[in-house]
Ligand binder design. Structure first.
Ligand SMILES: *Cc1c(COP(=O)(O)O)cnc(C)c1O
Length: 352
């Protein structure tokens, strides 16, 4: 029956998941596992958000609000007066944006190495995916990117970039927006850990979508909440293309709750900033400057898979980057966790 499956799913590929803490074979003496593979917030969301989500459970016999009103209103309070669309994680938003603007056979450009889901989702939709390699230091040359995007309906650019950690200056994004014919999806999953603000570009450009997630600094990865800043013209079409009721009522309530707790966001950000500096300087390998809650490390002469295995044996889960197209075999990505996890990581990497 395999013949019934579409060709884009029968080969290799698909999303690579990080190893689960429960599945790690631990050496004797390792009590708990440091979970530094998935760029999550190490702490649970605020009690207010948990309370709101618990309360929302009482009404799950009803369909959720298709307009996601509580979340959109909370977003307006948090960010100001922009247009927002929502989805089941930013992954859900990415799929819906592709569905809204790309006809099968049309071109989607992706700045690589980067998050793999853009290419996976575009290919699954029948698009032709063109990878546009970053420079040797993983920077993006705006003029080259614009040139490579000729004829593309949609382009994906991630800043700060996963897994390299670096940001693209807003002026360079603006140059790309001015040169591009298609729509630019700027993935800002990690922008809350950076000092860069791309939101003002929304006021000046009609071909920009900025994707955001509640899975990282806002600590709701398990509830799958994503959203995007969109230009006004796009919103009604996005709504038509979206899966009905993609975002459930429990997630909506929790997301509105965490957006109200700005003290907690600031504390997380400060914690990440302190540890990021130590991750960059206290490992015996080459590291790359990061504006995110993770650091990429070149573990040569080890491969990323070898280093990941060896660290897992010491009770530290990190992400091997060998599944990121165009990056090569020698990189790992480690995110910043709680104090004890970070200490354990620094000890472990110094014994490889
Ligand atoms: C984590 C991540 C996302 C997706 O987040 P969800 O909202 O959990 O789907 C999107 N883009 C990048 C670059 C990410 O790292």
């Amino acid at each position: 029956m395999r013949r019934l499956v579409r060709a884009c799913f029968t080969g290799t590929g698909g999303y690579s998941y990080a190893k689960k803490a429960e599945n790690v074979a631990r050496e004797p003496g390792i009590d708990r596992v440091a979970r530094l593979a998935s760029n999550e917030n190490p702490w649970p969301p605020s009690p207010a958000a948990i309370g709101a989500a618990t309360e929302a459970l009482r009404t799950v016999n009803r369909y959720p609000d298709e307009r996601a009103t509580v979340l959109v209103e909370a977003l307006r309070r948090y960010h100001g007066d922009y247009r927002f669309v929502t989805g089941a994680g930013m992954d859900g938003v990415i799929e819906t944006v592709i569905r809204t603007v790309v006809e099968p056979g049309e071109t989607v450009a992706v700045s690589t190495p980067t998050f793999s889901f853009y290419g996976i989702a575009a290919a699954a939709h029948g698009a032709r995916v063109v990878n546009v390699p970053r420079g040797e230091d993983f920077s993006v040359d705006p003029a080259e990117f614009v040139e490579a995007c000729r004829g593309a309906k949609l382009a994906f650019l991630c800043s700060p970039n996963n897994p390299t950690g670096n940001s693209i200056p807003p002026e360079d994004v603006e140059e790309i927006l001015e040169g591009m014919e298609g729509l630019l999806f700027l993935d800002n999953a990690y922008v809350d850990f950076a000092d860069t603000d791309y939101r003002p570009l929304m006021r000046r450009h009609e071909n920009l979508v900025i994707g955001r997630t509640m899975s990282k600094i806002f600590a709701l990865a398990g509830l799958r909440v994503g959203y995007a800043f969109v230009p006004e013209w796009l919103e009604p079409f996005y709504q038509k293309a979206a899966t009905p009721f993609a975002l459930n009522s429990v997630s909506l309530a929790a997301a509105a709750g965490v957006l109200a707790d700005t003290d907690r966001v600031r504390e997380t950000r400060d914690h990440i900033g302190r540890w990021r500096q130590r991750f960059l300087t206290e490992t015996p390998f080459r590291t790359y400057p990061s504006d995110a809650n993770f650091v990429m490390i070149n573990v040569a002469p080890l491969t990323g898979d070898e280093a990941t295995e060896q660290l897992a044996a010491k009770g530290v889960l990190v992400r091997s980057c060998t599944s990121f197209p165009g990056l090569g075999n020698h990189y790992i990505r480690v995110c910043i966790g709680e104090d004890w996890e970070n200490v354990r990581f620094l000890e472990a990497i110094n014994t490889l």
